[in-house]
Design a protein around this ligand. Structure first.
Ligand code: SF4
Length: 494
């Protein structure tokens, strides 16, 4: 394990468990990697912020972070020196054993014994986190530093923010030493396999499969999938990667080869048949029944919410969904013009009361409130009703008027082959309207909108805020406009 190219780290070992080809490409053809998107960048920034906050659990430590990702030798040397000096708290302590590098968020000396603390910005401890911890434990102890215990520090889901953030209560520490010891033989085997992969002179032959998306979406998909025929079974929509693997094993390579048998469920049969005939599937009777309950005036409604890992407003929990934007298209009757209204919370203050008042004002009276997938909108409204009981009755009146336009698509009253197995508003809109309304905007989806608004709270220079807020409003308005167009298209069908 001499050269940098062949050195391993916690993240490259985790990558190798998912796919040996991914490890090889990462080390030898890094430039083939897909570029990280805004959501991935926001997750990285969030992890960094939560990690920094956790330093307050053990204040006064020395930070061994490298000046850049290529200078870990300096971090390893600095950590070694601080350990020799018995410095009580070390942040980003770095260790190397047999060419494997592992950095640890916090190393703490207490009563002459060393304790490891690794911070995760999530509410639960996943199997991958336990493997992460095992690799760290393995490298630290094999490099010569015995550890008395190893803790994963993650976010306490029950924490409620009071006036100031109490770091001790926001985080919880869980000893995972027992879980680590169980996993050491697996990690040793993983290291052996990874060393073997890196000693290969050509790219390992790994076929596409469920490992391309689980446990994480692989960032070499752009490379591996680009040569694949668009009629390949891997592009068959609406069927899990696992089911596609089974079909491949049975010799079904192309979608056209697939027979519509009882092995497929009702939804899969519709998707495959519709794909093979390249024709939409329509149940006019069911659609007519569904549409008959919709009553004018019509409100086409969409909410965007963000979920800060570190609560920002008093009385809220980590990752609590906070609505910040709604868009409403409105039509008094079939003949009247389409009108629009929206509300966006200014960055930095808790504007939920204004949000509620504006929404209630915009939806006064009767008429159906149409949404696409009620989970978000109803979830947000129920939460607002519970947090602001003075508005409860009015909010419930609005909830009772909500109709979910996703139902006819989920229930397969309508399916278009161009949906390609997706039941998102965007996929359905593009397929039914034969154009992409979202292509005009800079925000791609709800996840990106959430990430974008969240980051505005951490940008001290707010000169760019108005532009970002406008982009978010445009995105949300597109959502409700497409919803309006989809309902019109369904009406024309029946
Ligand atoms: S896309 Fe799939 S096959 Fe290719 S490197 Fe990633 S996991 Fe491996």
């Amino acid at each position: 394990m001499g050269s940098k190219k062949n050195s391993l780290s916690k993240s490259t070992l985790i990558r190798s468990i998912q796919c040996s080809k991914s490890l090889y490409l990462y080390k030898n053809q890094y430039n083939l990697r897909d570029k990280p998107n805004a959501v991935q960048q926001q997750k990285f920034d969030r992890g960094h912020r939560v990690g920094k906050l956790a330093h307050q659990l053990f204040p006064g430590g020395k930070d061994c972070s490298p000046p850049n990702p290529f200078s870990y030798d300096e971090s390893v040397a600095a950590t070694r020196l601080l350990v020799q000096q018995q410095f009580p708290v070390i942040y980003e302590a770095a260790f190397r054993y047999n060419g494997i590098l592992a950095a640890l968020d916090m190393l703490v000396l207490k009563d002459g014994k060393w304790y490891a603390y690794e911070v995760k910005s999530s509410l639960r401890i996943s199997a991958t986190y336990l493997l992460d911890a095992t690799i760290q434990y393995y490298v630290i102890t094999r490099s010569g530093l015995p550890l008395e215990d190893f803790f994963i520090v993650n976010i306490n889901s029950d924490y409620v923010l009071s006036e100031t953030l109490e770091v001790d209560q926001y985080f919880k520490k869980t000893s995972v030493l027992h879980e680590i010891q169980e996993r050491i033989p697996f990690v040793e085997k993983t290291i052996e396999n990874a060393i073997e992969t890196l000693s290969m002179s050509t790219i390992p032959e790994v076929t596409i499969g469920p490992h391309c998306t689980k446990p994480y979406p692989c960032d070499f998909q752009g490379y591996c999938w680009k040569e694949l025929d668009k009629s390949s079974i891997w592009y068959l929509p609406g069927i899990s990667m696992q089911e596609k693997s089974v079909l491949k094993e049975r010799g079904v390579d192309m979608i056209d080869q697939l027979e519509i048998t009882d092995d497929l469920n009702a939804r899969q049969k519709v998707i495959v048949e519709s794909y093979q005939r390249q024709m939409p599937y329509i149940r006019k009777d069911k659609l007519a029944d569904f549409l008959s309950v919709i009553q004018y005036p019509l409100y086409y409604f969409d909410v965007e919410a963000f979920q800060p890992a570190i609560p920002i407003f008093t009385g809220t929990k980590p990752y609590e969904r906070m609505p910040f934007l709604y868009s409403l298209h409105y039509k008094e009757s079939q003949e009247s013009p389409l009108q629009h209204r929206d509300y966006i919370s200014p960055v930095g203050t808790d504007n939920r009361r204004n949000f509620i008042a504006d929404f209630l004002d915009a939806t006064t009276g009767q008429g159906s409130i149409l949404v696409f997938n009620t989970l978000m909108e109803k979830g947000v409204l129920f939460r607002l009703a519970s947090d602001f009981p003075e508005y409860k009755n009015e909010i419930f009146q609005r909830i009772n008027r909500i109709i979910d336009i996703e139902i006819p698509f989920k229930e397969m009253y309508y399916y278009h082959p161009k949906q390609e197995g997706s039941f998102s508003l965007k996929a359905i809109g593009n397929a039914m309207l034969q154009r992409d309304e979202f292509a005009k905007g800079s925000v791609k989806d709800g996840e990106e909108a959430m990430a974008m608004y969240n980051e505005l709270f951490y940008q001290p220079d707010d000169a760019g805020h108005p532009r970002s807020l406008q982009q978010l409003k445009d995105y949300c308005a597109t959502d409700t406009f497409v919803l309006y167009e989809i309902v019109e298209a369904l009406k024309r069908l029946v």
